[in-house]
Design a protein around this ligand. Structure first.
Ligand SMILES: C[S@@+](CC[C@H](N)C(=O)[O-])C[C@H]1O[C@@H](n2cnc3c(N)ncnc32)[C@H](O)[C@@H]1O
Length: 286
């Protein structure tokens, strides 16, 4: 199981994964996207402060059939990050052509490329690849993450995961560069707190390296059981969403899971669980 940070590196790509002629790593997949779908990733990035600590370059890998997510991210984060440049990377030539007229030199750019393009167009403070690897084989996950992670600037963050079509439910692996190493920081659960949600629904948007490992009785199933129990109890106590989130993080820690306790994240129902399997993750080998 290629899960959290326990990632092994292989230089032998399977043929569907590597486009040998172009050397683009990956293949075009369905391009569906939607307005506001990835809003919660930017809420996390803004609160985390990574674009200030690291580098003001943001790569959106696999932006899809139009430029929506790239433009929205620039509009959300640009006002507070004056040097921000958001670069949309897409492996599908026609989708890049559709987006290019919206480019603004130095602020919003579009390029054609696969996972390897993250390194070519880095270093970046943020690399986001949402709803991209979900359409790949699980065995491709490790190599794709390691390849993209090479584009991270010092202290930069890579978010890789899945969302529901509207963005009501979102879940992503969080990886961070520290010196020469890139490590798994945890699994981010980012439901929209203004809409109804329950923890088990988040199973449906688990990233590719987790989604097939949630069978009843598994360690991940046990985690979701603890998550569900805590949210249920907090809601029965009629707490509002920030209080529910605070209590849930406390309960998960009491149950032995290590969580990101930064109040700004917790208040916004951004749950980062470092060890959802109850084991210490290791480094990503880039
Ligand atoms: C479902 S869309 C996701 C769009 C957007 N990220 C979102 O979440 O709304 C997936 C896109 O990723 C692109 N893609 C797949 N593999 C890729 C790769 N290796 N490098 C760059 N883009 C890729 C596909 O061509 C497709 O347009």
């Amino acid at each position: 199981m290629a899960t959290n940070g326990s990632i092994s590196w292989s230089t032998n790509c399977c043929s569907a994964f590597a486009d040998a002629l172009s050397r683009r790593l990956g293949q075009p997949t369905r391009g569906k996207t939607a307005p506001q779908r990835l809003r919660r990733t930017d809420t996390f990035i803004a609160l985390d402060g990574v674009l200030r600590r690291s580098h003001p370059r943001y790569l959106d890998v696999g932006f899809g059939e139009d430029a929506t997510t790239v433009i929205e991210t620039f509009e959300r984060l640009g006002p507070t990050h004056p040097r921000l440049c958001v670069v949309g990377i897409e492996i599908d030539r026609a989708r890049v052509a559709v987006a290019l007229p919206l480019a603004v030199a130095g602020s919003i750019e579009f390029v054609r490329g696969g996972f390897e393009a993250a390194e070519r167009h880095g270093p970046a403070g943020v690399i986001r690849a949402m709803n991209v690897l979900r359409q790949y084989d699980e065995r491709d996950h490790t190599e794709a993450v390691a390849t993209m992670a090479r584009g991270l600037a010092p202290d930069g963050v890579l978010l890789e995961g899945t969302s529901s079509p509207s963005g009501r439910l979102l879940c992503a692996n969080v990886y961070r560069r520290r010196g020469d190493a890139v490590s798994f920081d945890g699994l981010l659960f980012a439901p929209n707190p203004r809409r109804t949600w329950n923890p088990r629904e988040l199973q449906t948007v688990l990233p590719k390296n987790w989604i097939h490992h949630c069978e009843p009785g598994s360690a991940l199933d046990a985690f979701f059981g603890a998550f569900e129990k805590s949210v249920g109890a907090a809601r029965r106590a009629e707490l509002e969403s920030a209080a529910v989130a605070k209590r849930v993080v406390g309960d998960l820690e009491d149950a032995g899971y290590r969580c990101d306790r930064r109040p700004a994240l917790v208040r916004r129902s951004l749950f980062i669980v470092r060890d959802p399997l109850g084991v210490e993750p290791s480094l990503v080998r880039t």
